[in-house]
Design a protein around this ligand. Sequence first.
Ligand SMILES: Cc1cc2nc3c(=O)[nH]c(=O)nc-3n(C[C@H](O)[C@H](O)[C@H](O)COP(=O)(O)OP(=O)(O)OC[C@H]3O[C@@H](n4cnc5c(N)ncnc54)[C@H](O)[C@@H]3O)c2cc1C
Length: 466
Amino acid sequence: MDYIEKLENEIGSRKVLKDEASLYSYGFDASIHHAMPDVIVRPSSTEDVVSIVKIAHEYGIPVIPRGAGTALSGQAVPIRGGIILDMIAMNRIKEIKIEDLYCVVEPGVIYGKLNEELSKYGFFFPPSPGSGDVCSVGGMIATNASGMRAIKYGATRDYVLGLEAVFPPGKAYKLGSRTIKNSSGYQIERLLVGSEGTLGIITETTIRISPLPEKRAVALASFNSLYDAGKGVANIISAGILPSALEIMDKVCIQAVNKSMNIGLPDAEAILLIEKDGRGEEIKQDMERIAEICKKSGATKIEFTDDEERMKELWKGRKGVLPSLSRYGENMVSVSLADDMSVPISKIPDAIKAFQKIAEKNNILIGTYGHAGDGNLHTKILIDPTKEESWKRAEKAVDEIYRKVYELGGIVSGEHGIGISKAPWMVKENIELMEKIKMAIDPKNIMNPGKMMQWKGSIITHLRYM
Ligand SMILES: Cc1cc2nc3c(=O)[nH]c(=O)nc-3n(C[C@H](O)[C@H](O)[C@H](O)COP(=O)(O)OP(=O)(O)OC[C@H]3O[C@@H](n4cnc5c(N)ncnc54)[C@H](O)[C@@H]3O)c2cc1C
C-alpha cells in the first residue's frame, strides 16, 4: 500500500484530493513561485493531523501546511512535492472569553471573520494584514503577520498566548497558556510564530484580544517629494505622537490606485495617510499637531476626515495598491521581491532615496509604499515577467536593496516572511541556530523542507510565469 492509500484509509478518501486541477491550483501561493504537490489533504481535527504526520514521518514525505495561500514569498509552495495540508476546514471559533481577554480558535479561521465576531462584543484582534479578509489565523501566526496598525498594536506574535501544535513523528502538544502573563519556562508557543510551517502544524490557538477604539480619524497629507514625506514620518514619531496607522505611498502607487480604483487620491509625488484612534478630544489635539508637523516637513495639502465612508474609501485605496500595481503599465507585473523590509524609523527617508537610485540604476520601476510609521516599507518591483532579462535586473536590484537595508540597520522582512524569495539574505547566525532547532524537532526534515535557512541558490526559481 502506498502512503496516499494509507492516508485515505486513515482519515477518509473524502478529505484527500488527487485530481490534476486541484494539484495544479494548490501549487501556488501569492508569490512568484509554483510547484506541484503529490496530494492534498484536508484535515478536520487534531486527530486527523496527528495521523497524517505519522504517515508522512514513516514514509519521509514532505508536509506543507497551508491556510489561505496568500503568502508572498513562496512559503506554501511545495517545492519538493509531498502533501499539502489544507487547514481551512479547521475553522471553528471555539470560545470568546471577554472577561479574560482571549479567544480560542482553530487555525483555518479567517482573520476578518474572527474580527466580525469579536466586534459584536466591542473587541478585536488587531494585527490587520492587508490580506485580512481572506488570510487565516494559522497562516498569520506562522508568518508573524501584521499590518498598518502594528505601529500602535504590534504584530501577531504579541497576541499569541498559547497554542496546540502537532510535531513529527506525530504528537500534539499544548503550549503556552490562557493567561495574559506567563513566565513559566521557555515561551515555546512563540517558536511557532514565524516558523512558516517548518516545525509543526498549529491546530488551535489562544489569542489575546483588545477593546475596539471609541473613534478614529484620518489625515491625508500630500508632498512634492517622497523624501519630504519620509521626513514627515520621522518627525511625527519623534514628536511623541502615537498614530494607529502611518502609511506612505509614492507616485507610482498613487497613479496605479487612481487608474484602477475610483478614489481620487491627490496628484502628488507622495502621500501620507495618518490615522489616530482613541477618544474624540485626544484625536483632535493630535491631529492638529500632526498637521503642523506635516506642513513643517513640506506637505502641500492636508485633508482631514472622520467620515466612516471616506475613511473606508481611503483605506480601500491603500489596500488596493498591490493589485493595482499590476495594472500600472502594459506588460508589467508587480512581483513580490524585496517587498517588506524593515528599517529603523529614522532611516525611512534614506531608505526611500536609496531604493529610488537602485531602481534608476537597474532600469526597473519600483513602487514604494507601506507602514512607514513602524519602519516597514513595501517596494514592489514592476517587470515584464516573460523576459529573462527583466528577472536578472530585478534580482540584481533586490541584492542591492538588501545590502542597503542592512547598512541602515534594518532586516529583510518585517511582515511577509522568508519562504524562498528572501532566503539568501537571512542573517547567517540565525540560519545556524534555526537549522539546529529544526533538526531537533523534525529530524527527518519533512516539515516544509527546503525553505528559509534551507533554501540554496537563486530566488528566480520555480517561476509561475514561464
Ligand atoms: C494582497 C495581499 C496583501 C497582503 N498584506 C499583508 C500585510 O499587510 N501584512 C502581512 O503580514 N502579510 C500580508 N500578506 C501576506 C499574507 O497574506 C500573510 O503572510 C498571511 O498571514 C498568510 O496567511 P495564509 O492563511 O494565507 O497562509 P498561507 O499562505 O497558506 O501560509 C503561509 C505560511 O504559514 C504556514 N502555515 C499556514 N497554516 C499553518 C498552520 N496551521 N500551522 C503551521 N503553519 C501554517 C504555511 O506552511 C506557510 O509557510 C499579503 C498578501 C496579499 C496577497
